[in-house]
Write a protein that binds this ligand. Sequence first.
Ligand code: NAG
Ligand code: NAG
Ligand code: NAG
Ligand code: NAG
Length: 545
Amino acid sequence: MYPLAQFAVSLVGLSAVFPSLAAAATADEWRSRSIYQLITDRFALPSGSSIDPKTCNPAQAKFCGGTWQGIMQHLDYIQGMGFTAIWISPVNQNIPGPTAYGDPYHGYWIADVSQLNDRFGTADDLRQLSDELHRRGMYLMVDVVVNNVASATIPPNYSQYLFKDPSYYHPYCQVDHNNRTSAQVCWLGDTKVALPDLDTENQIVVSTYNQWVSQFVQDFGIDGLRIDAAKHVRAEFWGPFCKAAGVFCIGEVFGDDIDLAASYQGPTTLDAILNFPQYSALKDAFTIPGPGNMSSLVDQFNTARRKFTDVGVLGNFLENHDLPRWTSFSVDIQSMFNAMAFSFMSDGIPVLYYGQEQRFNGAGDPVNREPLWPSQYDQGDTYKFMAMLNQVRNYLTQSGDWLHQPAQIISYTDEALFLAKGYVITVLTNIGSPPKNASASMIGSGFSPNQVMIDVITCQQVIVGSQGSIYIDYRKGGHASILIPEYYIRGSDICTDVQRASYQGMTPQKSASSGAAPARLSSAELASSMALLAGTIVWLTVGAV
Ligand SMILES: *[C@@H]1O[C@H](CO)[C@@H](O)[C@H](O)[C@H]1NC(C)=O
Ligand SMILES: *[C@@H]1O[C@H](CO)[C@@H](O)[C@H](O)[C@H]1NC(C)=O
Ligand SMILES: *[C@@H]1O[C@H](CO)[C@@H](O)[C@H](O)[C@H]1NC(C)=O
Ligand SMILES: *[C@@H]1O[C@H](CO)[C@@H](O)[C@H](O)[C@H]1NC(C)=O
């Protein structure tokens, strides 16, 4: 199914001899993947753990007991949602806690990056996790912190770090986030937990880091790196670093500044960044309550295509460990479903932050780092929605050239948006769950009249009307629609189980496989569609049909 799967089969017999064979995946190999991001301490307790599962309160910022073994024992849960890669929180040695901000349970408070963090397991545990992922045809992405170390004292006790001489650090200054030089050479953090900033212009620091990362990736069979605080290091540091790593590098360039973000993608720097500008635009467009600003998303989308060298490998996300959970500010679940459908059906690598599939609603750090185990790893509606999106995207990425077709926004209004990528048209709306006598339609889709499309979310047929018109009505609420020509998914597993349309709170009436009558345009609807100009979409209120 995936290139790695075949490789992994032959690896099984060898794994005792070569336990840490790196798959060393490139940006292009990551392009088809989808990523499940997790915090090791919060994702899963290992079996036999003596920790009381009820004691973890994220507000207290204490260690809760999750480990790499725990992750390995719950890979079925992740793979059951169709994810083909995981991104785990940093694995390297941290300063001892507690600090004024609690324990270093998240792993970002690095002491010696060349050592593993024994809170989360042994080197063998981490290698076993890597091997098990590869056996399943999945990739391992590890979060690394290179910009800085952490210290609960000022001045820091440098003897505990990999870089022991103070001359390997930039001298202390407080970061001014509006000044790019300052953002790169000054110290993040504060006086309670300082984040001493490595002098990444120093050639000894550069070569030590490059040697370290090369060995680290090989030792643990790492397929990709997520790079913390990437924008706090000069962009050109990352080119040689990622080359030494020999794997895909995706960096955190926090904020809406698309020029800054784009300056961190390219041959002399990172392969990709996590798409924060798109995150903001998705919020503008889809949150309920919210500004309902679709044109913000369209602007961002079009600007990104001019500025980034390769939008196909940017990370598309709605949540992460630093942001409030989507459902903490957007109360209607259809808002998340529509925004998520955009993330999966546009260009870029979809990333889901653990717990989003359980509709966790922590409103920011630290309460957005909930333990997952109280959910009992339930496979509820949102889990099933994610599984459906991955099923569809995984199918598309393996069939033909879909992945390399550029996404385009072909039409939009304040309430709805038509996104095309290859032969897939995704129709998204921000009107929310309540049924509404409303619809979205466009003409000039490029499909021939009478073409049978399957909405793979509801598994219902949508028939293309005259002049390539497409019509979606919202009398059952503002759901997302992903329309694929019927012949492209014939013979696949997509929509063979009509039951799953129930996650939308909707009863599937006409399934693709039942051969029931398609949802044809009524004559009144057709008349309104035909009155439109090609390539435009109207927001119309329809009467009783
Ligand atoms: C600094 O850290 C080292 C190693 O952890 C320790 O032996 C030493 O006592 C520490 N020094 C101070 C001043 O805390
Ligand atoms: C920006 O920050 C650098 C480093 O702290 C400092 O030397 C420089 O004066 C700052 N520039 C401005 C315009 O504040
Ligand atoms: C929508 O977003 C655009 C682009 O960010 C902005 O210029 C515009 O003012 C916003 N419109 C509203 C109504 O907020
Ligand atoms: C839609 O319109 C029909 C006819 O005008 C009306 O009977 C029905 O209540 C409306 N439904 C909603 C949700 O507004």
